[in-house]
Unconditional design. Structure first.
Length: 315
């Protein structure tokens, strides 16, 4: 679809359900609530759904949001490459043809929706939405600007990841002209840590394992470990970047237990390794430098499969 076609799509439909992915991050929630704000300003009805709920640390994005009662007519997925990323709670939307429109920036997008706008070169789904809103010409609110800025900032690691583009910097600069506390948001997203989060980081650093001549670093977070840290699930976000901070490491893998015998992998890589291709072996995907997937099995089986894939890379 073109931006003009998406604009016509917005005009022609109403009663929207906006889907965001499980283990929500700043980009999927920023896109979800940014789109919600844009559609409601058009006089449309819309709700935002997430199978894991909305984490407290992102509450500044959904301030003022309240679900509406209506008969759903149209479903839009934002920042979701695969309907399996919706999670069990939103399994009803995983059926073929269930989602009307997908707006995404993952090169691994499976084009599951009836219509799609996918730009794998874009830094964030929120960047796509900002460019869309600009082209459509309707003014956006300060709250929508806040949501879009947060999504761009978090998906680029505060503009330090390799996916940061000139377009991302330009969009951020333009969004900063709106009235919202961008410095406070950046501090909250990137600097503030609870005592429990510090304990989790110390555990991760002390228990990191190295493979392939120290070119691969892996951390494992079991349910027991996370419970012992005494912090909320969303506070573990960002730990996936720690393995790649080690000197000489080119492949960083974080294994986090989601349920019994279900483990989520978050993979970060340097320019030598395609993270999306690595995760595709396990049914996942994402970006070239940052991707993810889930593996079903015991922890021992999961580790064995991961290490076999690492060994095949011949680092």
């Amino acid at each position: 679809m073109t931006f003009a076609e998406i604009g016509a799509f917005f005009e022609q439909h109403d009663n929207y359900t906006i889907l965001t992915h499980k283990s929500p991050d700043g980009d999927t929630l920023g896109a979800g609530f940014g789109l919600w704000g844009y559609l409601t300003a058009m006089g449309k009805k819309a709700n935002v759904l997430n199978g894991d709920g909305f984490p407290e640390r992102y509450s500044f994005m959904y301030k003022g949001y309240a679900p509406e009662e209506f008969q759903e007519q149209c479903v839009i997925a934002v920042d979701i490459a695969d309907p399996n990323l919706l999670g069990h709670s939103l399994a009803q939307y995983q059926q073929p043809g269930r989602i009307d429109l997908c707006i995404d920036h993952h090169i691994s997008n499976k084009y599951y929706a009836k219509q799609s706008y996918v730009d794998g070169a874009s830094s964030a789904a929120c960047l796509i939405l900002y460019q869309l809103f600009k082209e459509l010409g309707r003014p956006i609110s300060d709250q929508v600007a806040l949501c879009l800025y947060t999504g761009i900032a978090t998906d680029t690691g505060c503009f330090k990841y390799e996916n940061t583009t000139p377009a991302a910097h330009i969009a951020a600069a333009e969004l900063m002209q709106y009235d919202f506390p961008y410095a406070k948001i950046n501090r909250l997203m990137f600097d503030i840590r609870s005592k429990g989060r510090l304990a989790a980081e110390h555990f991760v650093e002390a228990n990191m394992e190295f493979f392939a001549g120290d070119k691969c670093a892996m951390i494992v977070l079991t349910t027991e470990t996370m419970e012992n840290c005494g912090i909320r699930q969303e506070e573990f976000d960002g730990l996936a970047s720690i393995p790649l901070t080690m000197e000489g490491v080119e492949l960083g893998i974080t294994v986090k237990q989601r349920h019994e015998n279900v483990y989520k992998l978050s993979v970060r890589t340097t320019e030598r390794i395609d993270a999306s291709a690595f995760c595709r072996q396990f049914g996942g995907g994402g970006h070239i430098r940052a991707a993810g997937c889930e593996i079903t099995g015991t922890l021992e089986e999961t580790r064995s499969r991961i290490l076999a894939a690492v060994e095949a890379l011949e680092l």
